[in-house]
Ligand binder design. Structure first.
Ligand code: MN
Length: 275
């Protein structure tokens, strides 16, 4: 098992976008080749009215709730409610129009990842997977808990359906505890620190709250692992996925492979084909 190192570290600085929305970019948009298959990841704090009805096509959103209760509903009658610790895995596919709103009186603090879809799945059937924290498989080791939302951790496997192979785990460690997360060697990956401080990877790179620790693929076709040791009570989320190596043309809420497909997406949306 090849031990991965951390190749890059950065700190997320949140800014007030409007009186009812604060946002920090965990993964900035525009680095599509570097972050492949991830498009971007935003950390948001928001009240009702920020994410009213809007469309998506050609991608998936993965929304992890840190605080607050989030209600979502769409133009096809789909609806759900997410509590802290829950994750929504939404496949926009051919097209969805939805809203994401805090429950009345709530402010939601969340992470939303935009995950690319391969060319042949851009127009796939829209679906939701609302992944409740308490129902997810849990790997337990001394001083460590790994909640598996997608992919697996040391053989503990989530049933979540993936179009793109992605590992998503939430790791909670007591001070001094160590855990290793196994990853296919071809995956790009990153850890976002929600709470505490620790050291990560074969070079024991330091990471603390609001920092992102990026790990490059270690080599296609081999097994790898990333080791995390807590110096203080530590909570992180880890995402890793198989790069698609396809052209990305992103415009607003649509993520396709060509300009022509973006034009088509707008035409389809305007003519009501997302309904
Ligand atoms: Mn949305």
């Amino acid at each position: 098992m090849k031990r991965r190192e951390i190749n890059k570290v950065w700190t997320v600085r949140a800014q007030q976008d409007s009186p009812i929305h604060k946002v920090g970019m965990v993964l900035e948009p525009g680095h599509f080749e570097e972050y492949d298959p991830f498009l971007f990841l935003a950390e948001d704090w928001f009240e009702r009215g920020v994410f009213d009805f809007h469309p998506h096509r050609g991608m998936e959103t993965v929304t992890y709730i840190i605080e607050g209760i989030l209600e979502h509903s769409d133009n096809k009658g789909g609806a759900g409610r997410l509590n802290p610790g829950d994750t929504q895995w939404m496949t926009a596919g051919r097209g969805i129009v939805h809203k994401e709103e805090p429950a009345v009186g709530e402010t939601v603090h969340s992470l939303q990842l935009w995950l690319n879809l391969p060319a042949e799945k851009k127009l796939t059937v829209t679906r939701y997977q609302d992944l409740q924290s308490a129902k997810m498989p849990l790997r337990q080791e001394p001083g460590a808990q790994v909640r598996v939302f997608s992919g697996s951790s040391a053989g503990v496997k989530a049933e979540t359906l993936n179009h793109v192979p992605v590992t998503m785990v939430e790791i909670t460690l007591e001070p001094g505890a160590t855990i290793s997360q196994d990853l296919p060697g071809g995956y790009n990956g990153f850890i976002y620190v929600l709470e505490g401080r620790g050291v990560l990877g074969s070079k024991e790179t330091e990471g603390k709250k609001n920092q992102v620790l990026w790990t490059n693929p270690s080599g296609d076709g081999e097994d790898s692992e990333i080791t995390i040791t807590a110096k203080e009570p530590l909570k992180v989320v880890l995402f890793a996925g198989q790069p698609l190596h396809e052209p990305v043309v992103a415009y607003g809420p649509f993520v396709m492979n060509t300009e022509q497909e973006i034009i088509q997406a707008y035409a389809d949306y305007r003519s009501g084909k997302f309904n």
